[in-house]
Design a protein around this ligand. Structure first.
Ligand code: ADP
Length: 407
């Protein structure tokens, strides 16, 4: 099977999806709200400016309102309040078929009695596109997706991954301004999901359009998104690049949702302020914070308070420091070892590169551990907001991003 970049190097027939390269496709969600008939508010005040050709991923646990948001953009759900603009055009009352969007669903039901070719041609036939043009388009998209050899088959004679490609192809032939995808990979097994994820990344480079992609899977979000929108209970909690949401989570929810294994949280810690200097007290360890944190906390006039501390498993080092834990489970993965340890009341997960191991970490061993101060996240115990990264202005505008500092 030739890879998509190879085919790009060979060039593809003119026109087609790539021809849209110069078209603009910005999507603006202004205060979008959805109240379902029974009175359930599924989405509260979503504000999001999607840039031309940006790949935006909406992510969050089941029921957080991501599909509803996408379906409002698609025109499959009425917008209860707010405004939706596609390319500057107010689209609240525009019919789905006139929005210049295409959507791929988790349950992408192909027409079983039609061949792959006819499945892909169907929407264009309905639009009364000339036959020769349909033929050219279907073949061109089939070549991009590597399904040319299946064009005469019926869907039942295809594997899950091939069917998924046909579903994507069916959407692509319409040359959408915006590609909407609702959990398109969640019906596939793990191996195929990884493969298709890579294909979507390549596809994106090839067709160069704006994507809105819904998933509950943080790995999918991190690997696919230019920016990620993290939702909970119908509210956007943070909008940011994968690096931002990983390094600068604005609250406990985002910190716990993004990252694998999940961030360790130490409840009942303290932020101390002594002689003009901030420290965190985690159990018996008093840790002086980094310069950047000192400046940020000072700028925020942060008083001493009760906090929850967060430390990522990958940011822990063993064999040094004042914190002590007993190893309960040791999972050797080759290049790294995952340790599940107990430190008084806390369960602590550590991911340690094997090259950095200098002490015994077998089951039952007691180890000292620590982290670099700059890698400690501090959350207000009362609000769950990150003392450094929560930005009240953006949160009040319901477009929460991490705070920026100019030092
Ligand atoms: P997600 O895609 O994040 O899993 P959804 O957008 O599907 O979440 O749903 C958000 C909330 O809206 C959920 O509480 C869900 O039960 C509710 N909901 C979804 N569709 C409907 C509907 N047609 N009528 C009433 N409530 C709905």
């Amino acid at each position: 099977m030739r890879s998509i970049p190879e085919r790009m190097a060979r060039g593809s027939p003119g026109g087609g999806p790539a021809a849209r390269a110069n078209a603009m496709s910005e999507v603006l969600l202004k205060g979008l709200k959805k109240v379902y008939d029974g009175g359930v508010t599924a989405v509260h005040d979503v504000n999001l400016a999607i840039k031309d050709k940006e790949f935006i991923v909406l992510v969050g646990p089941s029921g957080c309102g991501k599909s509803t948001t996408l379906r409002m953009v698609a025109g499959l759900e009425e917008i209860s309040e707010g405004e939706l603009y596609i390319d500057g055009r107010l689209c609240n009352n525009v019919e789905p078929k006139d929005r210049d969007i295409a959507m791929v669903f988790q349950s992408y039901a192909l027409y079983p009695h039609m061949t792959v070719y006819d499945n892909m041609a169907f929407a264009l036939k309905l639009k009364k596109v000339p036959k020769a043009e349909i033929d050219k388009k279907v073949k061109e998209v089939a070549a991009i997706l590597d399904i040319t050899q299946y064009l005469n088959r019926k869907p039942k004679a295809l594997s899950g991954g091939q069917r998924q490609r046909v579903a994507i192809g069916r959407a692509m032939v319409r040359d959408p301004k915006v590609f909407l995808m609702d959990e398109p990979l969640s019906n596939l097994d793990a191996k195929l999901r990884n493969q298709m994820r890579a294909e979507i990344i390549k596809l994106r480079q090839r067709i160069n359009t704006t994507f809105m992609y819904v998933t509950h899977d943080q790995t999918e979000a991190m690997t696919l998104g230019d920016r990620i929108v993290i939702m909970k209970d119908g509210f956007v909690n943070q909008i940011g690049t994968p690096v931002e949401v990983f390094d600068k989570p604005v609250n406990l929810f985002v910190a716990g949702f993004i990252g694998m294994p999940v961030m360790n949280f130490f409840d009942n810690c303290k932020l101390l302020y002594e002689n003009d200097t901030y420290y965190v007290q985690i159990r018996n360890a008093k840790i002086k914070l980094d310069d950047f944190q000192q400046k940020a906390l000072k700028q925020n006039n942060q008083p001493a308070c009760d906090i929850v501390c967060g430390i990522r498993p990958q940011h822990i080092s063993v064999g040094e420091g004042d914190l002590v834990a007993t190893i309960e489970v040791n999972e050797m993965l080759g290049s790294e070892v995952n340790l599940h340890a107990r430190s008084d009341a806390d369960e602590v997960v550590m991911v340690i590169p094997t090259v950095d191991l200098t002490v015994d970490v077998s089951q039952g061993a007691t180890v000292n551990f620590t982290t670099q101060p700059k890698l400690i996240q501090m959350f207000d115990k009362a609000t769950g907001n990150n003392l450094v990264w929560y930005d009240a202005d953006s949160a009040n505008a319901n477009a929460p991003v991490c705070k920026s500092y100019d030092f």
